[in-house]
Design a protein. Structure first.
Length: 54
């Protein structure tokens, strides 16, 4: 199952409200320096489940 690009375009970072970009199976918030996982087509936009990007 894949997350459609149209949905990604509407999602924002739960921390900064900045747009997210897709990087494989991750949604990246450059503003927050966090990457949120996409699990079985479902974005997990929970800060505690994110990983730092740097």
């Amino acid at each position: 199952m894949s997350l459609p690009d149209e949905m990604v375009a509407r999602l924002v970072c739960p921390v900064t409200r900045a747009p997210l970009r897709r990087d494989g199976e991750w949604l990246v918030s450059d503003a927050a320096g966090l990457a949120f996982p996409i699990v079985r087509g479902v974005p997990r936009l929970v800060p505690e489940q994110a990983r730092p990007t740097a």
